[in-house]
Design a protein around this ligand. Structure first.
Ligand SMILES: [Zn+2]
Length: 638
C-alpha cells in the first residue's frame, strides 16, 4: 500500500482547531458540570449522564463503560471511520489546509476522499440543483403547491431546502455527469440516476417530483424523498440505500430537531415529511419523521441521545393504518422502553387527523397540550384491547384478559405491574370491589405463570415436577403447620420471592390456610381447623395426611426448620429459574429467527442473568445443606 500520508503539521493543526466540545455536542446533549461538561454516553446505553468532556484537556471519558480519548478517536469510533478520514473531514470543517507527505496536495486530497465523501458531494450538488429548479421558471407548479396547498412559507421551504426535480429524463444527469464531470457510476450509486435496462445510458430517478432532502445528524444531505407532482406512482419515492444512506438509521429532520429535543426534553416522531415540516413551521421543532418505513429501535436510539428523560411521543395518523403502524412501532420499541426506561407515549389526534391537517384548524399550543397528555404506550395498548369489546361476553372477556396477561408479563418492575393489575381488575370488575380483588389475584397468578414460562411449549415438555421440589413444598407446609414460630418466615419467603406452590393440592391447602387466617384473625388453631375440615373428605385427607399429622420420621427430617425453610425456598427458586432459563432460550431462538435483534439481545441478557442466579442458588444450596451449626428445635405440634 502506497497510501499517501497526512502531514503531521496538518494533523496537529486540526487537533488544535477542532473544539472537542463542539464536535461532541453535535451528537450528545452536554450540560455544564463544573469546569467540564457531562451528558449521556453515546457508546453505551447510558441511563444517567456518565460521559464527561473536558474542554481544558480536550479529552472525553465515560465513567460507566470506560470509553475515552480525543476528538479524533471520538469521531472515529462513533462514525466508524478511519483516522485519515476523520482528519480530512475535520480539516474541511475547520478550514485547515491539507498537506500530504510528498507534496502533491490537492490531487491526493481528492483521491483520498472516501467513497462516502464523494457521494456526499454529489448528493449536495443535486440538492442545490433541485432547489435552483424550484425557484426558477420550471418550478412554478411545485412552488404554488408548497405555498398554497401546503401553506408553507418561503422561509420554511428554504430552511428545509425543498426542491423540484424537473420533467425530462436526463436533466440531473446532464448537470452532474456532463457538466460537472462526475462518473456516471458514482451518480448511480448515489441513487440519483438509473441505468437503462435496454441498451446503454442512464435516466434520472426523480422526474417531475417535489424533492425533500434527507440529512444526517450533522445536517448534510444524504438522500431524497420525492413526492410525485402528477399521477406517477409511487406517490413518495425515496433514494435507495447507499454507502451514505442507511434507512434504518436515519430520521427525517433530526438535525433540525436536535436542539429543540434537548431543550424540551421530548422528541415527537411523526409519519410524514410534510407533517414534520408543518410542525417545525409552527414552532414545534422537536419533531422528526420516519421515512415511510416501519420505525426501528436504532432510529429511536439516535433521538435518545438528546433527551435526558427519554420522552418519545409517537404521533401516527388516527386512521386504521396509523394505528397499525403505532402497534408495529410498539412491538419494535417495547424492549427499548422496558430495558432503557424510554417513556414511550402514543399520541392519536382527535378525528383521525394527521398533524399537518390538525395544525391548519388548531393553534400549535393545542397540539403541544395533546402531546403532553399522550398516554404511555402501556395505557394506550390497554385501551386498544378494551376498544369495542363486549366484556359481558365470556369469550371476549377471556380474550381481553389473555392479551392483558401477555402485555403485563413483559413489564419490568413489580410496582409497575401491580399498578396495572389493580387498574385493570378495577375496570374488568365494573366497580364490584369483591370481584375486583378476585380478578386481581387471578391476574397476578396468571402473569406469574406466564412470566416464569409456565405456558411455554418447552416448559410443558419438561418433566412433570422434580421430586426435590415436591419434597421442598411438603416440608415448607409441614413446618408452617407444625412449627408456628416459623410461619412468618415462610410467608415472607414466599411473598418476597414471588414463589407459589406448584402441586395442585399444595396450592389448594395454602389457599385454605390463608383463608382460615383471615377468617379466624389468627392462625393459631389452623391445624385443628384443617383436620376438622378435611375429615369429611377421605380422598383429600389421604393426600394431605402427611402434612396434617407428622410422623416420627418427618419430625426428624425437620429437625432444623430454619435451614429446611431456606433450602426449600432455594429449591423452588432454582426450579423456577431453570424453567425460565429454558423459556428465555426459546424466546431468544424465536427472536433470532424473526431477525428481531434488539429483542434477542434483550433475551440473551435476561438469560445470562438467570444463569448467574442459577449458579448462585446452586452454591447456596450446597452450602446450606452442608451447614450444621443450627440449633435443634423440637416443637410439639398442637
Ligand atoms: Zn459509556
Amino acid at each position: 500500500m502506497s497510501a499517501p500520508q497526512l502531514h503531521p503539521r496538518t494533523i496537529d493543526e486540526v487537533r488544535t482547531r477542532a473544539e472537542l466540545v463542539d464536535v461532541v455536542s453535535e451528537r450528545v446533549v452536554l450540560r455544564k458540570a463544573g469546569r467540564d461538561f457531562k451528558g449521556l454516553c453515546p457508546f453505551h446505553e447510558d441511563r444517567n449522564p456518565s460521559f464527561f468532556v473536558s474542554p481544558t484537556k480536550q479529552i472525553y471519558k465515560c465513567f460507566s463503560c470506560g470509553a475515552s480519548g480525543d476528538v479524533f478517536k471520538f469521531v472515529m469510533e462513533l462514525d466508524k471511520s478511519s483516522f485519515s478520514e476523520v482528519v480530512l473531514e475535520l480539516a474541511r470543517r475547520y478550514g485547515v489546509s491539507v498537506q500530504m507527505l510528498g507534496g502533491e496536495q490537492k490531487a491526493e486530497y481528492t483521491r483520498r476522499l472516501s467513497k462516502r465523501q464523494q457521494l456526499g458531494e454529489i448528493v449536495e450538488l443535486a440538492a442545490q440543483f433541485y432547489s435552483y429548479a424550484l425557484w426558477g421558471e420550471r418550478g412554478s407548479e411545485a412552488r404554488s403547491y408548497l405555498l398554497a396547498k401546503r401553506a408553507l412559507t418561503e422561509k420554511t421551504i428554504r430552511d428545509f431546502r425543498l426542491g423540484y426535480a424537473p420533467q425530462g429524463w436526463q436533466t440531473l444527469y446532464t448537470y452532474l455527469v456532463e457538466q460537472k464531470r462526475f462518473p456516471a457510476a458514482l451518480v448511480e450509486e448515489a441513487g440519483l440516476i438509473v441505468a437503462r435496462t435496454s441498451g446503454s445510458g442512464y435516466y434520472d430517478r426523480f422526474r417531475h417530483r417535489l424533492m425533500i432532502p434527507i440529512c444526517d445528524g450533522k445536517g448534510q444531505v444524504i438522500a431524497f424523498g420525492g413526492r410525485a407532482m402528477g399521477d406517477d406512482e409511487p406517490k413518495y419515492l425515496n433514494s435507495p440505500e447507499s454507502e451514505l444512506f442507511d434507512k434504518g438509521q436515519t430520521l427525517f429532520a433530526l438535525h433540525a430537531a436536535r436542539e429543540a429535543v434537548s431543550r424540551t426534553d421530548t422528541a415527537i416522531v411523526v409519519e410524514g415529511y410534510f407533517d414534520a415540516i408543518a410542525l417545525h413551521q409552527a414552532g414545534i421543532a422537536q419533531v422528526v419523521a420516519t421515512l415511510g418505513t416501519a420505525l426501528r429501535a436504532d432510529q429511536i436510539k439516535q433521538l435518545l441521545r438528546y433527551s435526558e428523560s427519554k420522552r418519545v411521543v409517537l404521533n401516527f395518523d388516527g386512521d386504521q393504518a396509523g394505528i397499525k403502524a403505532a402497534e408495529r412501532a410498539i412491538g419494535e420499541l417495547r424492549m427499548l422502553a422496558v430495558k432503557s426506561g424510554v417513556q414511550l407515549r402514543i399520541l392519536t389526534l382527535p378525528t383521525g387527523k394527521d398533524p399537518d391537517e390538525f395544525l391548519r384548524a388548531h393553534p400549535p399550543q393545542e397540539y403541544l397540550r395533546l402531546a403532553g397528555e399522550a398516554p404511555l404506550w402501556v395505557d394506550w395498548q390497554i385501551e386498544r384491547f378494551f376498544a369495542g369489546r363486549d366484556l359481558t361476553s365470556a369469550a371476549e372477556l377471556q380474550q381481553v384478559s389473555q392479551q392483558l396477561v401477555e402485555l403485563l408479563s413483559g413489564l419490568m418492575g413489580s410496582i409497575t405491574r401491580t399498578h396495572y393489575i389493580h387498574l385493570i381488575a378495577g375496570r374488568l370488575s365494573g366497580g364490584n370491589g369483591r370481584l375486583a380483588s378476585q380478578l386481581e389475584d387471578e391476574l397476578r397468578r396468571r402473569i406469574r405463570t406466564h412470566r416464569w414460562g409456565g405456558d411455554s411449549q418447552r416448559a410443558k415438555k419438561r418433566e412433570p415436577f422434580p421430586p426435590a421440589c415436591y419434597q421442598a413444598e411438603v416440608q415448607l407446609l409441614q413446618i408452617y403447620l407444625h412449627f408456628p414460630e416459623y410461619r412468618e418466615d415462610i410467608h415472607q419467603g414466599l411473598e418476597e420471592n414471588e414463589l407459589e406452590f406448584s402441586v395442585l393440592h399444595h396450592r389448594q391447602l395454602w389457599q385454605k390456610i390463608l383463608e382460615l387466617r383471615e377468617q379466624m384473625g389468627s392462625d393459631e388453631d389452623v391445624v385443628v381447623a384443617l383436620r376438622t375440615l378435611y375429615a369429611g373428605d377421605p380422598e383429600l385427607n389421604g393426600r394431605l395426611g402427611q402434612l396434617l399429622w407428622l410422623n416420627e420420621h418427618n419430625r426428624i427430617a425437620l429437625m432444623r426448620p430454619r435451614m429446611v425453610i431456606r433450602a426449600g425456598l432455594a429449591t423452588l427458586q432454582l426450579d423456577r429459574c431453570e424453567r425460565r432459563y429454558a423459556y428465555l432460550n426459546q424466546l431468544c431462538d424465536e427472536a433470532e429467527q424473526r431477525g428481531a435483534w434488539e429483542e434477542s439481545d434483550y433475551f440473551v441478557e435476561q438469560r445470562n442473568e438467570e444463569y448467574h442466579r442459577i449458579n448462585a442458588l446452586k452454591s447456596h444450596l450446597t452450602l446450606k445443606l452442608g451447614e450444621s451449626s443450627e440449633t435443634v428445635l423440637w416443637q410439639e405440634s398442637p
